[in-house]
Design a protein around this ligand. Structure first.
Ligand code: TYD
Length: 326
């Protein structure tokens, strides 16, 4: 599987391997380890598992979207066209993002079998370029009508250059969807469970100093402090959640990316400054990636080390986090 970057840093085209023989041909349409490897190598966050497949069929000129789901039901979509061809568009709807409102469009067809990876936080839409076009979407969250939101396909502030049709047909909801500026924002953070804090820097002409004070800028009593350093750049750490423990992580030197996941929605935070602190509450899955050579990740923890507090299996985490929400 080969990954190609697009003009939006979070959106990728994936080219699967196609095999042909005397009986016809085959394509390995999804291989999770290869998908994750391709994303990791290109510096993309690894998404939550793709848990649902949806198959749509449209005639030429039909335009579906733009649609997205709000957290905690946000959806990442891996989109493939299995018959015909389509123009598939992704729009960044994360209000705090540097690329908010920016879009990318890619033509997908059943011959090349190229796929488009659109992570959570993006609206997507498709326009069928031929009759009997079939779209196949693998998604990280099931369809949830109450969480679904639309954005107007021809919002002038977004300015999508849809391919010209003699006839353009949209669904009733798509035709009256709100403009992006009036739409419900996709919040950047897992609300209530994680927080990115800017720490106060006490600087003078000698340099900078930051003070961490329990009960003031640290929201829990500290029982343990540890730091992670000399991590190899291609190594991922973490891959666990804690049942009780809360943490505050600060890259006091260098940088790393931390993926946080509450079982319904997944985001990546970049820690690249000694004045940024990520607070991670209990029952949050975390993964650390892309450690710079000089990275020293300082972690303040609310509990002593206790292996029984760890959940190291993602399926077990989903089970426990879902029970807690009932
Ligand atoms: P782990 O928490 O799995 O590290 P990471 O999340 O960065 O991948 O810990 C790695 C090993 O270190 C594991 O065997 C437990 C041990 N450990 C301690 O003994 N004390 C500690 O405070 C921590 C954080 C880990």
């Amino acid at each position: 599987m080969r990954l190609l970057q697009t003009s939006l840093p979070d959106i990728a085209i994936l080219e699967p391997a196609i095999y042909e023989d005397s009986q016809g041909g085959s394509v390995q349409s999804f291989d999770e380890p290869a998908f994750h490897k391709a994303l990791k190598e290109a510096g993309f966050p690894v998404p939550r598992p793709l848990i649902q497949d949806n198959h749509f069929c449209s005639r030429k000129g039909v335009l579906r979207g733009l649609r997205y789901q709000l957290p905690p039901r946000a959806q990442g979509n891996l989109i493939r066209v299995v018959n015909g061809s389509a123009y598939v568009v992704a729009v960044d709807v994360r209000r705090d993002s540097l690329t908010f409102g920016k879009w990318v469009g890619v033509e997908l067809d059943a011959v090349s079998q190229r796929m488009l990876w659109i992570p959570e936080g993006f609206a997507h839409g498709f326009a069928a370029l031929e009759d009997n076009t079939h779209f196949f979407c693998k998604t990280t969250n099931g369809y949830h009508k109450e969480s679904e939101r639309n954005v107007r396909w021809n919002d002038p502030d977004i300015g999508i250059d849809w391919p010209g049709f003699t006839e353009k047909t949209t669904g009733a909801e798509d035709a009256v969807a709100p403009l992006l500026k009036n739409s419900e924002p996709h919040s950047e953070f897992l609300q209530g469970t994680t927080e990115l804090k800017d720490l106060k820097v006490i600087g003078d002409n000698r340099g900078s100093l930051i003070a961490l004070e329990q009960g003031l800028n640290i929201p829990f009593a500290i029982k343990r402090v540890y730091y992670i350093y000399d991590t190899l750049s291609d190594v991922g750490r973490g891959f666990h959640a804690h049942r009780r423990l809360e943490q505050m992580a600060i890259c006091v030197s260098g940088s790393c990316n931390i993926v946080i996941d509450d079982g319904a929605s997944r985001q990546q935070v970049r820690l690249d400054s000694a004045s940024k602190a990520l607070i991670i509450r209990n029952m949050i899955w975390r993964e650390m990636h892309e450690f710079s050579d000089d990275c020293v990740l300082l972690v303040l923890a609310s509990e002593y080390y206790d292996e029984s507090d760890y959940i190291r299996d993602y399926d077990q985490f989903i089970k426990e986090v879902s029970c807690g929400k009932k």
